[in-house]
Design a binder for this molecule. Structure first.
Ligand SMILES: Nc1ncnc2c1ncn2[C@@H]1O[C@H](COP(=O)(O)OP(=O)(O)O)[C@@H](O)[C@H]1O
Ligand SMILES: [Mg+2]
Length: 323
């Protein structure tokens, strides 16, 4: 059923769904100037599931609100589906659907009515409206006539996804869609979004949940204080932090580091423990265990800690921290 919402890219479909160049946004608030975006350049390839990751206040919402024509940029250039937001704002808007961060639904509308109003706003002719299909795609067909106020938080969130899909945009943007959504509904939402992506919709998602980005996105940009600190495929980003920590508890007291282990620069910890950091891609863990055997040390316990996106995120966002 999601099939019919898809966008088999037309021959003229651009390679890049979104392109931003030197994007700057300065807010002029009562507490002075705030440089929310400090010259961000990034590209979202067509068909990707792209994650824009960053801590609160990094500039994520500002970035996507500019793409969607909801916030006016200070300078820079933005193209959505090859349409410049300055010279073709209507074209750019037609190519993008936005699921906002806030749950802003009129409580007295039913999903059916809501999508109809939205379709009207986008000028989708009645004959081309596929309201029920869209509601089915987000798992809300049986709630088509229920008042929005009677829907659970997760259902409202999915209704916002449906609303963003009404004009069948090739690019779907979701701003922190799972903030405050419970695990089960979060999962349902991901099934929906993944399916839309599998059928050709380019997904741009902002999140401050690293795990979410790691699991869902094929490309990730990390921003902090309005600046881009990394932009790569998820697997490349994870490869950058090819590292693990092995904690070994040995059967006898240690007075120093045995020679056979010196190459691994272990840290001596209380409780007969040694912590060794190694790169799984170049150092098989068996080599480390052999070194323990060579030192005549028996092993009574061991555990490993995976590094994940969180490590690189902390590395990148702490080194790029502004005053
Ligand atoms: N309308 C506004 N007026 C002034 N400052 C704003 C406004 N909107 C956002 N900001 C500031 O810009 C920065 C980036 O905000 P935002 O884009 O919402 O970040 P994120 O979505 O990553 O949490 C923050 O410091 C925020 O306080
Ligand atoms: Mg935000």
């Amino acid at each position: 059923m999601v099939q019919s919402l898809s966008h088999a890219p037309a021959p003229s479909a651009p390679d890049l769904a979104v392109e931003a160049e030197s994007l700057v946004k300065i807010y002029h608030g009562h507490r002075g100037e705030k440089r929310a975006l400090d010259g961000i350049s990034l590209s979202v390839p067509r068909g990707s599931f792209f994650g824009l990751l960053g801590p609160n206040g990094a500039g994520k919402s500002t970035f996507i609100n500019i793409l969607a024509g909801l916030t006016v940029k200070t300078s820079g250039r933005v193209r959505v589906w090859d349409r410049d937001i300055d010279s073709d704002p209507r074209g750019a808007k037609a190519a993008i659907g936005v699921v906002p961060q806030e749950l802003n639904l009129d409580p007295f509308f039913t999903p059916l009515e809501l999508l109809d109003v939205q379709a009207g706003m986008y000028g989708v002719p009645r004959s081309e409206r596929r309201t029920m299909e869209i509601l089915e795609a987000v798992g809300l067909a049986d709630k088509a006539n229920a008042y929005a106020r009677t829907l659970s938080g997760g259902m409202r969130r999915r209704l916002l996804v449906a609303k963003a899909m009404v004009h069948a945009p090739p690019v779907l943007v979701l701003d922190e869609p799972t903030a405050g959504v419970d695990i089960e509904l979060r999962r349902q939402l991901w099934v929906t979004i993944r399916e839309l992506n599998a059928r050709g919709t380019t997904i741009l998602l902002t999140t401050h949940y690293l795990e979410e980005a790691e699991q869902l996105c094929d490309r990730i940009a990390i921003i902090n204080h309005g600046a881009l600190v990394a932009c790569d495929t998820t697997s490349n980003l994870l490869r950058r932090i090819d590292g693990k920590a092995l904690t070994v508890t040995v059967g006898s007291d240690l007075t120093g580091i045995p020679e056979s282990l010196a190459a691994f620069s272990p840290e001596l910890k209380p409780g007969r423990r040694l912590v060794l950091r190694y790169r799984p891609s170049t150092t098989p863990v068996s080599r480390i265990l052999d070194a323990f055997a060579a030192a005549g040390l028996s092993i009574t316990d061991l555990s490993t800690d995976e590094t994940d996106l969180e490590d690189i995120f902390l590395q990148l966002t702490s080194s790029a921290a502004a005053p």
